[in-house]
Write a new protein. Structure first.
Length: 335
């Protein structure tokens, strides 16, 4: 397993190097000009030329790429034109908000989707099966941005039960910084009122994410469970008189989880990318909203840094997913 991990890490380094080349070249050949944005709308030609020189964009591409890689080796992602801070500092500010939203949403998604898939497989073709499949398909058929706006209209604008966005109310102060996760930090500060306020702000974006993912997890769990129920060991267990629930949860579920785990890993990897939509609609101050505002402002340093972050996250999640296979099924060997 150690050799397998080392090989995967070696390929990861090569992939990330290739991504830096592609991202760097694309950021330099697109028609938009970040120098004009950095210099300001009223800047003269001389001022624009000076800003270009200061940013090092007047030098040949190989020289610019070499300087960029030297900075990257020091974990220096450059400076954001929009925030006037180092991109590394911005990432430290915005990443915890995104990871908090992602991890809570994904944990709830797994805890809901897998049991619903098992329930649907217990009596295939029955009323419960039909309701679960229909409900999950309906929620997932709706685009996540449209679903998010509907939730805002109903629960904020219409009834006023929940806040429309953000991590806290505008007038509220964040809890003392420990982990960057407001749920954990408010608990560490023993502030129950703030903890409840944080949970209220999480409800709508988490609901939008969970509902948009639900159909895939439910349907795949159901399909793999039904497939495993046709295997010889499941038929033997039925012939011994074991209850259907016992067969499902004690014998079938573990064998059915490998394809489900693969799918969950892929979904988690992609979630970091398309969470931009959810964070933008709910004004959630994470890297999704940061990426959207960087795209709008032609702020290339954050865009390149976020591309690397997304890529690293996706590769690491897939590696962890692969390493779970032998744990669930000892017959699988990593090579």
């Amino acid at each position: 397993m150690l050799m397998y991990v080392l090989r995967r890490l070696g390929w990861t380094v090569l992939i990330l190097l290739l991504i830096t080349v592609i991202t760097f070249v694309l950021s330099r050949v697109v028609p938009a000009n970040p120098v004009v944005m950095a210099a300001g709308l009223g800047a003269t030609t001389e001022q624009v030329a000076e800003v270009r020189r200061v940013m090092g964009l007047d030098e040949p591409l190989p020289v610019q790429y070499e300087r960029y890689m030297q900075g990257l080796a020091r974990l220096d992602f450059g400076t954001s034109i929009r925030t006037q801070r180092s991109v590394g500092q911005d990432l430290r500010v915005f990443l915890p908000a995104t990871f908090e939203l992602m991890l809570i949403s994904f944990a709830l998604y797994v805890l809901i989707a897998i049991p619903l898939g098992v329930m649907a497989a217990m009596r295939p073709g029955g009323l419960t099966d039909a309701l679960i499949r229909t409900g999950s398909m309906l929620t997932s058929a709706v685009p996540v941005f449209w679903l998010a706006m509907i939730l805002q209209v109903v629960f904020f604008a219409r009834f006023g039960w929940l806040p429309s966005g953000g991590r806290l109310d505008v007038r509220a102060s964040p809890p003392p910084l420990v982990t960057g996760f407001f749920t954990i930090d408010s608990l560490l500060a023993a502030d129950s009122d703030q903890f409840l306020a944080v949970l209220k702000h999480l409800i709508l974006p988490v609901t939008a994410i969970v509902l948009s993912l639900l159909a895939v997890g439910v349907r795949l769990t159901r399909a793999t469970m039904l497939q495993e129920l046709q295997q010889a060991y499941a038929r033997t267990a039925r012939s011994k008189g074991l209850k259907q629930s016992t067969i499902l949860f004690r014998h079938v579920l573990k064998n059915a989880l490998n394809p489900v785990i693969s799918m969950l890993g892929i979904q988690l990897g992609y979630l970091l990318a398309w969470i931009i939509l959810v964070e933008t609609i709910f004004q959630w101050p994470g890297i999704g909203l940061y990426a959207y505002e960087s795209f709008q402002g032609l702020d290339y340093s954050p865009i390149m840094a976020l591309t690397l972050v997304f890529s690293c996250f996706f590769v690491v999640v897939n590696l962890i997913t692969d390493l779970t296979y032998p744990v669930l099924d000892p017959r699988i060997k990593l090579r």
